[in-house]
Write a protein that binds this ligand. Sequence first.
Ligand code: PLP
Length: 441
Amino acid sequence: MNKWNDIERASVMHTWTAQEQWNGPTIVGGSGAVFWDTNNKRYIDMSSMAECSNLGHQHPAVVAAIKRQADKMCFVTSAWGSDPRAELAAKLLEVSGFAGGRVFFTTGGADANENAVKMALWASGKTSGKIITRYRSYHGASFATMELSGDDRGAEYPPGGLRVVHVLPPYCYRCPFHARYNSCGILCAETIDEIIAQEGSSKVTAVLMEPAAGTNGIAAPPEYWPKLREITSRYGVLLIADEVMSGFGRVGEWFAWQKHGEAGRPDIMTIAKGLTGAHVPLGAVIVSKEVAAYFDFRKLQTGLTYSGHPLACAAGVAAIDAYRDEQLITRSRALGAKMHEALRSLATKHCSIGDVRGEGLFAILELVKNRETKEPLSTWPKIAPALKTLVAEGRKLGVSFAVRGNLIVIAPPLVISTPQLCKAIVTLDQLLVLCDAETQQ
Ligand code: PLP
């Protein structure tokens, strides 16, 4: 450990951990899907850090764009124009297909979601309306987004004034309706119809959900999102897609909803993470032409000092070019298919794997103590001790894995090479024995 690591341990507040338990090595460099620490120990990054370094570490074109912009002009406030801000907005409207819409830049995912909800409340005219989100969802750690989130991370905070209705998640492996996929009529979406009717469609402003992936392990069946779109349109309720994690190729599309074409188009979408490939913090709210029109002659009653920061927007422009030039969205789909095949074959060997789900370069391995009863390896959201050991041993073997509860969240950078991915999966194969030891054969 170096001197700065000791200082960091003593003086920084680290997220989502008791401070005395923090034990991260100091990372000093990276390239592509690999990063290294002060001892030059290298790690294959199987989670894109926090599912955000989609372009890998130190993408040369993104780093160069930040440097070029830093030489020109580091900061311009929202009252003045800024070329990278304009260029990034135009590119985002193009790749999202939100022609005629507008982009509001934020500094990350939580403030994107929070502002999306504010805009929905105003533009819908239902300013005191309710927002429907799911249990076992995560939308950020600001007060309002904690309230929107339906997981343990928000549970300890007092409500902040939003009226949120949580609904049961599309969790096929443990269907909360005790139904079986294919013959279930997609009850998880269908019940939202009834919930909006009961709550009163004039009192429900928006439904805010992730269309696909999520760290909490929920991966909706393909029929879910179009059904949700149909229900919300019928009731005049806005649909907000949280694409903070699923955007920018993570699940093999620019944005997860695009898999469903026009039948999945939301009214508002929020993005962050992959927007700059995490080289600089940036988030955004993208609103449809119709929602945007509401603000044409009405004041947008919100602001952020760093909305559309030039360094971040320059990084965003270069990132979008990199996704395109390197065909990373289709790569995620193709390499992801191979990755899922390899993970499914691990499931035939390891009795602790209860389920493998996800798409593109995003996969969830759900671990169980008993495949028949599906008893989880640990009670959600407690991290199973075997998974803590798996993470520690993975580090020793040079592979970084992310875990949550009884899940392993696999989300490597979209630029990961096939040999790197193979090495990581072989390591995972070795490590899963630790979990098998906790499982009844
Ligand atoms: N929404 C989703 C789906 C996320 O996964 C996250 C972060 O993990 C957020 C929102 C919050 O983003 P941020 O941490 O940038 O505020």
